[in-house]
Write a protein that binds this ligand. Structure first.
Ligand SMILES: Nc1ncnc2c1ncn2[C@@H]1O[C@H](COP(=O)(O)OP(=O)(O)O)[C@@H](O)[C@H]1O
Ligand SMILES: [Mg+2]
Length: 163
């Protein structure tokens, strides 16, 4: 119970419950100044720690959600992190507190940055991303169009050179 509420309606900004975290997880959540590296195995509670840390920064430290970036490698992990963070942030800091929070994969963040800022260096935002088989198909098409034998110029070599 919040001893400071004195009969006022329960605040949505209630203190976060860190009692279900283990001591290492709690230390990581409470470490809000400067860099922190956590090395831990699969299923050991890293996502849980990140989720609580982000929610803690927003609800207890007053950090605006749009100043926090959560990144993961795979779509699956990023989606899980995003869902868990949003749920917890809404619970401890209210419905709107998660607005502007970016939790994504490295790849989708980079695409987002390219789409937003490409025009500043004279490129369009309306680009498509081609997977390796699409890339090869396009190079083959180009070679055919300019009458170059794709047996003499291997499309994968050309792609490598472009890369
Ligand atoms: N301190 C804890 N106490 C109890 N269960 C926990 C704790 N930390 C994590 N878990 C649970 O363990 C499982 C794995 O946690 P998760 O954060 O997804 O691990 P990781 O990201 O390291 O693979 C989840 O079901 C999570 O709810
Ligand atoms: Mg995880």
């Amino acid at each position: 119970m919040d001893v400071h509420s004195k009969g006022k309606p329960a605040s949505t900004k209630s203190k976060m419950d860190l009692s279900r975290l283990n001591p290492e997880q709690r230390a990581a959540v409470l470490h809000t100044e400067g860099p922190l590296l956590i090395l831990a195995g699969a299923g050991s509670g890293k996502t849980n720690t990140m989720t609580h840390r982000i929610a803690y920064l927003i609800s207890e430290k007053g950090i605006p959600a749009n100043r926090i970036l959560g990144l993961s490698f795979t779509n699956k992990a990023a989606t899980e992190l995003k869902d868990r963070v949003r749920t917890l942030v809404k619970k401890v800091a209210g419905e709107k507190a998660a607005k502007g929070l970016i939790v994504s994969t490295f790849h989708s963040l980079c695409v987002r940055i390219l789409r937003e800022f490409a025009p500043r260096i004279g490129y369009t935002s309306q680009f498509s991303i081609l997977d390796p088989s699409d890339q090869e198909a396009i190079v083959r098409e180009i070679l055919k169009f300019i009458n170059i034998d794709s047996k003499k110029f291997d499309p994968s070599w050309i792609l490598f050179q472009i890369g």
